[in-house]
Ligand binder design. Structure first.
Ligand code: NAD
Ligand code: KDG
Length: 251
């Protein structure tokens, strides 16, 4: 057995039915895990789950809805299995000049990425702490590490993941629960295509500043997330791993 195997253990992946979340689900299943995809559209979830096969299940869940995590987590643990891995991947993008961003728009972005992910993480985390075992990954962004124009609320939310990761890692590490983050660069998904559509020259600029060239694929984030959750990363906690073709190096 290699230290990258996940041995039928259960991963909950928010926003798991599309893009990067689906790539993470594919990588986890390839490593022998079971997955529960959680997002808002039953139709999209059912399609993704069918594509993934018998190792996948889904639950309709809006992470931004306050007070809903406990019932989701207890239902999954009662009917499927204890949750070994939580991947906070659900996200919404907001791209516009910072002076035009309203408080309400910022609140919506923070509700999904920060408040929603934190509520779910503490619900799952309490059970992981009781069992003395578990691993949490936050899908942050290159905007957690470097400046990108016109994404001020999104960047605030993704940067919050760095503090949350370090705090939870230091608090939960002694009790067997690891917490890490990944900062994806430009990864080919609906979100990225939409973000770049407003500025056709941006794609060229991005490709120029990416030493490894091209855009990443969802499975690139999948393999990195798998590493962080696997026994191979048993001595890794509190880090944010960039997976961006080198774009955040600044050359
Ligand atoms: N694609 C990129 O270049 C890139 C770069 C850095 C970070 N990210 C992050 O990766 C994650 C996945 O994004 P993606 O690129 O796959 O785009 P995507 O739009 O395909 O995925 C986002 C997913 O989150 C789900 N979601 C949104 N709000 C939700 C809510 N309230 N409750 C539950 N689910 C919700 C969406 O339904 C969707 O499935 C996001 O957190 C995004 O910010 C993406
Ligand atoms: O580079 C840009 O203009 C972007 O808005 C990129 C996005 O922030 C990125 O793809 C999502 O995190």
């Amino acid at each position: 057995m290699t230290p990258f195997e996940l041995n039928n253990r259960l991963a909950v992946i928010t926003g798991g039915a599309t893009g990067i979340g689906l790539g993470i689900a594919q990588s986890f299943i390839a490593a022998g895990a079971r997955v529960v995809l959680c997002s808002r559209s039953e139709q999209t979830l059912a399609k993704a789950s069918q594509q993934l096969g018998p190792q996948a299940a889904y639950r309709v869940h809006d992470v931004s809805e306050s007070g809903t995590s406990e019932s989701l987590v207890s239902e999954i643990e009662e009917n499927i299995a204890p949750i070994s891995f939580l991947i906070n991947n659900a996200g919404v993008h907001l791209k516009k000049p910072s002076v035009n961003v309203t408080r309400e728009e910022t609140q919506k972005v923070l509700d999904v990425h920060v408040l929603g992910a934190l509520e779910l993480t503490t619900s799952v985390g309490q059970r992981m702490l009781d069992r003395g075992d578990g691993s949490v990954v936050f899908i942050a962004s290159m905007t957690s590490l470097i400046g990108l124009p016109q994404v001020v609320a999104y960047s605030a939310a993704k940067s919050a993941y760095l503090g949350m990761t370090r705090t939870l890692a230091s608090e939960w590490g002694p009790r067997g629960v690891r917490v890490n983050a990944i900062a994806p660069g430009w990864i080919d998904s609906q979100m990225m295509r939409k973000a770049l559509a407003s500025d056709p020259k941006r794609e060229e600029k991005i490709l120029q500043r990416t030493p490894l060239g091209g855009f990443g694929q969802p499975e690139d984030i999948g393999w990195a997330t798998l590493f962080l959750c696997s026994p191979a990363a048993r001595f890794v906690t509190g880090v944010c791993l960039p997976v961006d073709g080198g774009a955040s190096i600044g050359f």
